[in-house]
Design a protein around this ligand. Structure first.
Ligand code: C5P
Length: 397
């Protein structure tokens, strides 16, 4: 897949640098030539010798290494590649990139280049969430840099949250997509994602365990294939993909209004776990405990957004895809759901607690179309997303 591609891989100083070693192997397995660059801080985590041994090339370490300047020069080094990949990318290198600073070899290469740049951030969750990092991220993406991850998960520092570098195979998939065709350029795709929150009173709500991970990954994969993506998301745990037009909502009714406003679309992917019911009337004051007995919550049915769009008589998207989260008899229930709702495809998965799928990083899905059921092997949600996006592209083109 990456035959003859030259990748300049910059490793910066984070604990995830050890995954950078595996990344070198994976890239080379696919035929890429990897020229490695390490920062001073990266050398605290991996040795230049192991980096260069795995890459099968000299490792570049210092801007003022005169031999290098005579042989090639940092300008040529930065331009001889087809892609510059920064993995792991620390908060520090992101800050330098955002400001255009050039005080070491890595930052100078990044400033001196007109080659496409991709980064795989890795840092502590607080550092990632910090407004300064988020500001830098916005600046870098505005400047045209593409971003893989980070993922949610346990951190080396003992905390939990976004900031873990994507796995090497996820990064490889993003690199392959980068070099692959962009069949969805000019197509508008609507994606719903995350749970909805249905208020009981001003402080309480009904929700579900959806993290929004699969929906965000699908939107990210569609963006990578060149689509123009509107991402309507409930209060999810994971960040919205960079580059989407994001519409945040809380309730099912708000989600329906946002979907209606986002149409027309060439395709609509309903990955959200929408609450089936809301309160018939949410209290505008906090419910109090009372000696007179327990509160009685009366439900009303939420609009079925997927069914509504599937059954539109005018302006229906060319492809409508629903998701089905089931705990038993997955294929039969999902097949029935496809017919009942009137959508074109259903992506079904088993969300029984023992599968670890809800909130986890992997998924095992069955794609149900008019041609029948196609079970996919268990794989990372990012790969499910890429495969699905590719199928969507095939259907739209
Ligand atoms: O009926 P069920 O909730 O299992 O169907 C799941 C599919 O329907 C998902 O694609 C979900 O996004 C969509 N859905 C919806 N509006 C609802 C309920 C579900 O769009 N009110």
């Amino acid at each position: 897949m990456l035959q003859d591609k030259r990748i300049l891989l910059i490793l910066t100083g984070g604990i995830a640098a050890y995954k950078g070693l595996d990344l070198i192997r994976r890239l080379r397995e696919r035929g890429a030539a990897v020229t490695p660059v390490v920062t001073r801080a990266a050398e605290q985590f991996v040795t230049p010798l192991s980096v260069s041994a795995l890459a099968g090339e000299k490792v570049y370490r210092d801007l003022f290494d005169l031999t290098d300047e005579a042989e090639m020069g940092h300008i040529q080094l930065s331009r001889s590649a087809d892609l510059i990949l920064v993995a792991p990318a620390t908060a520090d290198i992101m800050a330098k990139m955002a400001q255009g600073r050039a005080d070491d070899l890595a930052s100078t290469l990044l400033l001196a280049t007109d080659t496409p740049v991709m980064i795989a951030p890795a840092m502590n969750v607080r550092m990632w969430d910090h407004p300064a990092t988020q500001r830098n991220l916005a600046q870098i993406t505005d400047d045209g840099v593409s971003v893989v991850g980070p993922n949610d998960g346990d951190m080396a520092c003992g905390e939990y949250g976004p900031g873990r570098m994507s796995e090497p195979l996820e990064i490889v998939a993003a690199v392959e997509t980068h070099f692959g065709p962009k069949p969805l350029v000019g197509k508008h795709v609507l994606v719903t994602s995350g749970p909805t929150h249905e208020p009981i009173d001003p402080v309480r709500y009904i929700a579900n365990r959806s993290s929004g991970a699969q929906g965000a990954a699908v939107a990210g994969a569609l963006l990578a294939l060149g689509a123009d993506v509107t991402f309507v998301t409930g209060p999810a745990d994971v960040a919205a993909p960079v580059g989407a037009h994001v519409v945040p909502v809380q309730t099912a009714q708000e989600m329906k209004a946002a979907v209606d406003a986002a149409l027309p679309a060439d395709a609509a992917i309903f990955a959200a776990a929408v609450a089936d019911w809301r309160m018939a009337t949410a209290s505008d004051r906090k419910l109090k405990k009372s000696k007179d007995g327990l509160p009685v919550l009366e439900f009303a049915e939420n609009p079925d957004i997927l069914a509504g769009v599937s059954q539109m008589t005018k302006g229906r998207p060319g492809l409508v895809v629903g998701f089905a989260a089931e705990t038993d008899d997955v294929q039969a229930h999902a097949t029935a759901k496809r017919t009942r709702k009137g959508c074109d495809w259903i992506v079904a998965n088993d969300v029984s607690p023992e599968t670890g799928i809800m909130g986890g990083s992997e998924n095992a899905v069955i794609l149900i179309t008019e041609d029948g059921a196609d079970p996919w092997p268990r794989m990372p949600k990012a790969e499910v997303a890429l495969r699905l996006a590719q199928r969507i592209a095939d259907a739209l083109t």
